[in-house]
Design a binder for this molecule. Structure first.
Ligand SMILES: *[C@@H]1O[C@H](CO)[C@@H](O)[C@H](O)[C@H]1NC(C)=O
Ligand SMILES: *[C@@H]1O[C@H](CO)[C@@H](O)[C@H](O)[C@H]1NC(C)=O
Length: 436
């Protein structure tokens, strides 16, 4: 891609000009508090509460699924290069605003002039629905995460590029949000040229293999696996279908250390996502997690479990040699070809992440041979600290802003020591930052 030499040159110049990036996390610890503790807020509420206009876009995929795409509106201001955020397995877009007004990645990038869009992939609470099939038709749920990669991301990208007039955008994916990006690049080469660069946070590509060495990890996953199979047999296609019930249960999880051994919910969260290391605020952790958790199709879960069991980033296994033969021309499901991922990446991963363990992530990085990868191992980060950890602004968002700025040649490196105020933003906009 033509951007790479250019972006590298820009990076080199930027480094010479200044060592300080445009985002500096606030010193006041109160700026890291999640502003909602009394109820579970929605994406719309989070965006409006932070002073942005909320724009909901409905996007229809090539295979007829109707998805929600949210934009942070900045009335009267020109907007810069679009950034698409997509969250992980059973997670929705609330998570990108999971800290305070000046410490959440969606707001930070918007303040710096990026045009922020949050995509809810198929199967999540606001993205269930099909143009042809009703909600009780099994065909509404016949997809794995493969279709998120080959249809949902292209639909989001095409919609954003058309709405903004830009030719390319930036991407941020957490967990499976990174996995489906890798699927898109492997399966739909035309989309590689529509992305300038991408950030993978705790990427779910290769995962920690499901073996008995970790007793708890193994057994917790066994319970979920049995639940998926039972649901499929009973034709209950939606995993975590009752979102109010699930989020209330998660909300009631206590992160107060005294209760640690009393809360089975915390145990499940801890054993799958990684231990609570004190990075999250114990008071607000329940409501933060509750805001982000949502539903998916049982087949997405089944596909993810195939990856865990096989220990490979594999395509969906249809369960019989004949069916796999029809779909793939081979009796077993092939692995995704990670050498087809070509977009420049920043990969951040945690040392105590149980799902995307550091050796699994390092294996994914090693397999993405065609992409230039910057990577950073974050000590004591679990699978959700990227969204909710109080260390996230300093340890994750500063490098993300720097990475995007240098990949796009943006930013006043000499003068942006604080988040620009509104008037500053306008000035920067007029100076010719690329905008819609
Ligand atoms: C966010 O930052 C701005 C400018 O630095 C400041 O005026 C405002 O009080 C901060 N808001 C919060 C909630 O910390
Ligand atoms: C945790 O968040 C609450 C409000 O949500 C705040 O009152 C408290 O000070 C925070 N605790 C720490 C240690 O930051």
């Amino acid at each position: 891609m033509a951007i790479r030499p250019l972006a590298m040159l820009v990076f080199a110049l930027a480094v010479v000009e200044s060592q300080t990036g445009r985002y500096v996390p606030p010193a006041d610890p109160r700026a890291y508090d999640f502003p909602f503790t009394d109820h579970i807020p929605t994406t719309k509420e989070l965006i409006e509460n932070a002073g942005f206009r909320y724009d909901l876009h409905k996007v229809v995929t090539e295979d007829g699924h109707i998805l929600s795409l949210h934009r942070l509106g900045r009335p009267g201001e020109r907007r810069g290069i679009p950034v698409l955020f997509v969250n992980g397995f059973c997670f929705q877009s609330e998570g990108w605003m999971g800290l305070g007004r000046n410490t959440s990645i969606a707001f930070i990038l918007s303040d710096l002039g990026y045009d922020v869009w949050l995509g809810d992939q198929r199967g999540t609470g606001r993205s269930i629905g099909h143009v042809k099939y009703s909600l009780d038709d099994y065909r509404t749920y016949q997809y794995s995460f493969h279709e998120m990669g080959i249809y949902d991301l292209p639909a989001f990208i095409d919609h954003i590029l058309e709405a903004t007039g830009h030719e390319r955008l930036l991407y941020v994916g957490l967990s499976l949000g990174s996995g489906v990006f890798a699927v898109m690049e492997a399966e739909r080469p035309a989309y590689r040229d529509k992305v300038i660069a991408a950030v993978f946070l705790g990427p779910a590509i290769h995962l920690t293999k499901w073996i008995k060495t970790s007793f708890f990890y193994y057994n917790i996953l066994r319970v979920v696996d049995a639940m998926i199979e039972a649901q499929i047999q009973r034709k209950l296609w939606v995993l975590f279908a009752n979102r109010p019930l699930i989020s209330t249960a998660v909300h009631s999880c206590s992160f107060v250390p005294l209760n640690i051994y009393l809360s089975s919910c915390l145990t499940i969260v801890g054993l799958t996502l990684g231990p609570y290391t004190g990075n999250m605020n114990a008071t607000s952790a329940g409501v933060q997690l509750a805001s982000v958790i949502t539903s998916t199709s049982v087949y997405v879960a089944k596909h993810l479990f195939q990856v865990l069991k096989k220990g490979e980033f594999t395509k969906y296994d249809y369960g019989s040699e004949e069916k796999n033969m029809m779909a793939y021309g081979t009796p077993t499901a092939p692995n995704y070809d990670l050498s087809q991922v070509t977009t420049p990446l920043l990969v951040m991963y945690g040392s105590v992440d149980n799902m995307a363990s550091f050796n699994a992530v390092e294996r994914s990085i090693a397999d993405m041979v065609s992409s230039s990868v910057d990577s950073q191992l974050l000590p004591d980060f679990n699978h959700v600290d990227y969204l909710f950890g109080r260390q996230a602004p300093k340890r994750v968002y500063v490098p993300v802003v720097d990475f995007f700025d240098r990949m796009t040649g943006q930013g006043d490196f000499e003068s942006n020591l604080i988040i620009p105020s509104k008037s500053k933003f306008k000035k920067v906009g007029k100076k010719g930052r690329s905008s819609a």
